[in-house]
Design a protein around this ligand. Structure first.
Ligand SMILES: C[S@@+](CC[C@H](N)C(=O)[O-])C[C@H]1O[C@@H](n2cnc3c(N)ncnc32)[C@H](O)[C@@H]1O
Length: 615
């Protein structure tokens, strides 16, 4: 039988990958970028709120190339990542609480959850999205640059094929196994205790690489001791003497609990950011990558030197930026979620870093992050029903109209940024494929867009090419999106003393949070009734100060860029950090600055920001 194997040439394809190629040919959308804040001294370090694609487009336009990229994108793991939200202590009650401290343990502090980002994808959609991101990253990676992509065993092998295609098989350098010691033991499988990190260089001639050595893994092998008390072994094959304290070249299996350097991972708890990013990676892991594949400086062609740039376009809690800064590299952090930007900003402030905060203005007022915005949208389009029979998953849902019957509604998926621009190929797909696939007789369909190049041209295209009976109405999604983002309200009292200006927060009201808390209480109550248990609801005080996580007084505004002169961050136990420095004090509901404050910025415990400008 084996003699009869016939080989046919197979081309690896996955569903819809031709659409990605056509999207890439159409180009990346490029949006305006606004500088939000300067932290510390003028610097080229960047914290960018925006998608990986848009951040790369911005760097490309600015002619910025990066030398090392570490990314840890969503793994398509099927999980919804959630942020734990902790109600802070009410400063008005701080004194009382201080006394009752012993009884009031952490578990009593009320917390609830909020989706940070969804990681639920169809495999094909995920790979298409990843392909675009990799293409974008490649276009801003310097010639001697390296990319490390952190992924898991479920999807990693597919992603490697994409990387081979984008970066070239000849540039594949390592598949690193990061072997950790956390996680549960399934009953019918081996424990899953590793992630994979693919390392590719931009080309295979100019590679920046520093060998990493680790301390002896197996002390028993060093069975000789020299006159100075140093342990050594004699290599059987070469007769070479190897000392135990010399270190060994690290291989591609990074087992954290077997090397000294990684043993520090046990202290990961200390690094944990307030927000509790469940996917937060340890600094030691990224340190090793930064040390191996970058130096502080690199020589330009003309012999001058420049600092190397380390970038992370799925930056999360800011581990890469923090490590790069510690090691004297320049850094670029990008992430789509507001919580990531805030966590990273605060982490870098505490580390004394200098950087700019930029925001990519892509016309979308996101409600915290794309996932939460999509969740909200379903409720905001009046009458919209999701999962309507006969209307496939391409459509966001449908409306029921008394005259027109079922009206399918298309909404671009904000999680896949490239869908935001409605262009002719996208409309072509709607009229020539998706309308025909409907199992209902639709007289009308509504197509929402965030961005169009030329609405008239689109309308003409529809008129000339729509062979179906369905009329298409184009609608601007931004109008609905703007309605989502409502600011919280704050009442303040300012007093001026000889030395400083003091602003007292008298009252803080957040409808968004109140709604969330009400939902939480209702659900909790219902569950408790069903289980015959008692439920103690979250009750927010009249002043509402326990809903505040951070506040700053901005006293300078140079050419529209704000600089905070004084800032307070309240941790989940109620202790405050002032200008990045931790204290053992509780917040007293006030903030002061030396200069006259121009505006007050408040971040609530879910990450929504509210700004009050002083007259
Ligand atoms: C696995 S987490 C990264 C964790 C990070 N390595 C750390 O140690 O904290 C993935 C991050 O990607 C972000 N993200 C998802 N889609 C994105 C996109 N298109 N562009 C930029 N960031 C995105 C999410 O908001 C999330 O913070």
């Amino acid at each position: 039988m084996l003699d009869n194997i016939s080989r046919t040439q197979r081309v690896l394809r996955y569903r819809d990958n031709d659409k990605v190629i056509s999207k890439i040919m159409r180009g990346m959308p490029y949006y305006e970028v606004e500088k939000q804040e300067q932290v510390g001294e003028e610097s080229e370090n960047l914290v960018i709120r925006g998608e990986c694609l848009s951040a790369c487009a911005y760097l490309k336009e600015q002619g910025i190339k990066v030398d090392l990229v570490y990314i840890d994108p969503p793994f398509a793991s099927g999980a919804d990542y959630a942020k734990k939200i902790n109600i802070r202590r009410n400063p008005k009650l701080a004194e009382k609480i201080k006394k009752a401290e012993e009884e009031l343990e952490i578990e009593e502090l009320k917390e609830f959850e909020e989706t940070m980002y969804g990681d639920i994808w169809q495999k094909e959609d995920y790979l298409n999205w990843m392909y675009e991101n990799l293409m974008a990253i490649k276009s801003i990676l310097s010639e001697s640059g390296t990319i490390y992509l952190h992924i898991d065993g479920k999807i990693g092998h597919y992603v490697k094929i994409l990387m081979d295609e984008v970066f070239g098989e000849e540039n594949f350098r390592n598949e690193i196994i990061w072997h950790y010691d956390i996680g549960t033991a399934p009953k019918t499988d081996f424990k899953r205790k590793h992630d994979t990190i693919f390392r590719y260089s931009k080309n295979h001639e100019e590679i920046v690489f520093n060998i990493i050595t680790i301390n002896a893994k197996n002390e028993d092998r060093y069975d000789n001791v020299d006159d100075n008390g140093r342990k050594y072994m004699v290599r059987g094959d070469t007769g070479k003497i190897v000392y135990s304290d010399e270190g060994q070249k690290e291989d591609d299996v990074w087992t954290y609990y077997k090397s000294d350097e990684f043993r520090t991972l046990n202290s990961m708890a200390k690094e944990r950011t307030e927000i509790g990013y469940s996917t937060q990676k340890p600094e030691a892991l990224v340190q090793r990558i930064v040390n191996a594949s970058s130096n502080e400086f690199i020589e330009n062609e003309d012999g001058s030197k420049r600092k190397m740039i380390v970038a992370d376009f799925f930056g999360g809690s800011g581990v890469t930026a923090k490590v790069a800064n510690d090691l004297g590299r320049k850094f670029i952090h990008a992430d789509i979620g507001i919580n990531s930007i805030q966590t990273t900003r605060d982490r870098l402030v505490a580390a004394g870093a200098n950087f700019q905060v930029l925001e990519i203005k892509d016309g979308v007022s996101l409600f915290r992050n794309p996932q939460q915005t999509m969740d909200k949208l379903a409720k905001l389009i009046p009458g919209l029903q999701q999962k309507v029979p006969g209307v496939g998953k391409f459509w966001f849902g449908a409306l029921q109209d008394s005259k027109l019957g079922t009206v399918p509604v298309y909404v671009p998926n904000l999680i896949d940024g490239s869908e935001k621009v409605l262009d002719i190929p996208a409309v072509n797909r709607i009229i020539n494929e998706e309308l025909q696939k409907l199992d209902i007789n639709a007289q009308k369909a509504i197509v929402y867009y965030v961005d169009v190049d030329d609405r008239k041209a689109l309308e003409k295209f529809i008129k000339d090419n729509n062979a179906t009976q369905t009329t298409i109405e184009l609608k601007d999604l931004k109008e609905i999106l703007h309605a989502i983002v409502v600011e919280d309200e704050v009442e303040t009292k300012t007093t001026q003393t000889k030395e400083s200006f003091e602003v007292e927060i008298v009252k803080f009201v957040s409808d968004r949070l109140n709604q969330k808390i009400n939902d939480f209480n209702e659900k909790g109550n219902l569950q408790a009734i069903n289980k015959g248990k008692k439920f103690s609801p979250i009750i927010i005080s009249e002043e509402g100060l326990e809903l505040i996580e951070y506040l700053s007084l901005d006293c300078e505004n140079a050419e529209g860029v704000w600089t905070s002169s004084s800032e307070i961050k309240i941790d989940k136990l109620g202790y405050i950090s002032i200008n990045g420095q931790k204290t053992k004090d509780f917040w007293n509901g006030k903030i002061s600055a030396d200069k006259k404050p121009l505006r007050l910025k408040i971040r609530n415990i879910s990450g929504d920001e509210t700004i009050k400008v002083f007259e």
